[in-house]
Design a protein around this ligand. Structure first.
Ligand code: ADP
Length: 470
């Protein structure tokens, strides 16, 4: 089902939504193309005329209802996320909590949208800066966080007075439908939020090509983000881009190695490594490599791989066969270039029809390997060795990517040097899970433009209007 102008619409064109743990169909979902997407834009445009004039109290009232409705069904939502995305149920519960937290945050942040009064250059003038909503927004979201990426975009957008057309990833539209059921039940006026599901290309082109869509907010790969920016150039849209990453995870010999090992477990293997801030390259100072690798291998061998619906699962399936093929290719390439697989390396033997890969550790990784260049998006941990800080900084800073980086050291001065020299939008120093709701989440270089979360997230949906009055 899609949701346009306050109505649920069924179509004859269906999309099969499959469980990546079993490859079984969970549900068939209606899809739409250019025509209905244009209707969704029209509906958001009409609703904007009214919505932008509502008071902050009105908008908060609806958001509070949505938050409460999502809370009521939080366990069902977690199960649905696990079914369509595969992640362990404990991670899915965390995602639901984070997703609701975003709504709660923007319920409060909506009250803190201020303008400015500037000192005038003429005694009879008043100079005002108004913060206004940017207008109709298109939001395109990925499958790796099928719920929280939606609320992270839509909550600040509607809190700011914008209206939205959302296209979720085709692999995971079911969580999106549930969120929209809550919008509907909360009585959000028709057209304020619209949901279109279907061909990325057809819907994407209609959204980017429309002069009525004033902003595009996207989370996904750099390749697609670049294309969307090109397509948005014609109408000079405001864009926010949360794109790919290639996170270095740096461990100096003076670090607390046990804590670094624990950190990698979360940063590399949760969500099966399918997170844009997942560790991609582990750099360990030469003298600590052996100890680190042994300790990590011991822990990784204890991870339970399986269907995310089992409470004890730590690592769920990959999203699909394409992902599996890409990662197996990276592993094979690493082996050919003298990498040593010390754990995992293959599909799991149990054949459930799902896309399970053994948690993998590759020792002796080098910068010529594919895994040193391409985002992995899987539970594969390559260990690189470095000798000096200068060499490390050079290698850790990526030519293209600049989303997240991690560094472990017990030397405060070194930690500060790393803070200043690592070119990433998000840095964890002795911290493998730095992201929190109040902080800006966003990348530099080709990892993105703009930030989501905290007070920064709502600014993406506001524009300044300067007024001089005499
Ligand atoms: P991922 O590797 O996370 O799937 P993608 O960038 O391929 O990253 O997809 C993220 C989102 O972008 C999904 O909703 C997908 O359907 C959408 N998408 C992919 N290609 C296009 C496109 N050409 N135009 C618009 N949206 C697209």
């Amino acid at each position: 089902m899609v949701y346009i102008n306050g109505e649920w619409i069924e179509t004859n064109d269906k999309l099969e939504v499959k469980n990546p743990a079993t490859n079984e169909i969970i549900q068939n979902v209606s899809t739409v193309g250019e025509q209905e997407t244009a209707k969704a834009i029209e509906s958001a445009k009409n609703a904007y005329k009214y919505w932008k004039k509502t008071t902050v109290d009105d908008r908060i009232k609806y958001l509070k209802k949505v938050s409460s409705l999502l809370n009521d069904i939080s366990e069902d939502l977690a199960v649905l996320i696990t079914k369509e995305n595969g992640k362990p149920i404990t991670d899915a519960r965390m995602e639901v909590k984070d997703g609701i937290d975003f709504i709660d945050w923007y319920i409060e942040e909506a009250r803190r949208v201020y303008g400015d009064v500037l000192p005038a250059s003429h005694e009879e003038k008043q100079l005002l800066v108004l913060e206004e909503p940017v207008g109709v927004c298109a939001a395109i979201t990925p499958w790796n966080f099928p719920l929280s990426m939606i609320t992270r975009k839509i909550a600040p957008a509607i809190a700011a007075g914008c209206t939205v057309v959302l296209k979720p990833a085709s692999a995971t539209p079911l969580s999106a439908i549930k969120v929209f059921e809550c919008f509907h039940e909360a009585g959000l006026p028709k057209g304020v939020v619209n949901l279109v599901i279907g061909s990325a290309n057809k819907i994407g082109k209609t959204l980017t090509g429309s002069k009525d869509v004033r902003k595009l907010t996207f989370t996904g790969s750099t390749v697609v983000g670049r294309q969307l920016m090109r397509d948005s150039a014609e109408t000079v849209k405001n864009v926010s881009m949360e794109l790919g990453g290639h996170a270095p995870y740096i461990i100096f010999a003076d670090a607390d190695i046990d804590s670094a090992v624990e950190g990698v477990l979360g940063s590399k293997f949760s969500n099966s490594g399918q997170t844009c801030i997942s560790t991609n390259r582990i750099f360990v100072e030469e003298s600590a490599t052996k100890e680190f690798s042994q300790k990590l291998t011991q822990k990784v061998k204890q991870l339970t791989v399986g269907d995310g619906l089992n409470e004890e699962t730590n690592v769920g399936p990959l999203i699909d066969q394409n992902s599996m093929s890409k990662i197996l290719n990276q592993i094979e390439d690493a082996e050919q270039k003298e990498g040593k697989i010390v754990s995992g390396g293959k599909k799991t033997e149990e054949d459930s029809g799902g896309y399970f890969l053994e948690p993998t550790i590759i020792e002796n990784a080098n910068d010529q390997m594919l895994i040193a260049q391409e985002e992995t998006f899987g539970p594969v941990a390559p260990i690189f060795t470095f000798k000096t800080e200068e060499e490390l900084v050079e290698r850790a800073n990526h030519d293209h990517y600049g989303l997240a980086g991690y560094c472990y050291t017990s030397d405060l001065s070194r930690g500060l040097r790393m803070m200043n020299q690592l070119e990433y939008g998000i840095l964890g120093i002795n911290d493998s899970s730095p992201t929190v709701i109040q902080a800006p989440f966003g990348g530099v270089k080709e990892s993105g433009i703009g930030s989501e979360g905290g007070k920064y997230g709502i600014e993406e949906y506001l524009i300044e209007k300067f007024v001089s009055i005499q």
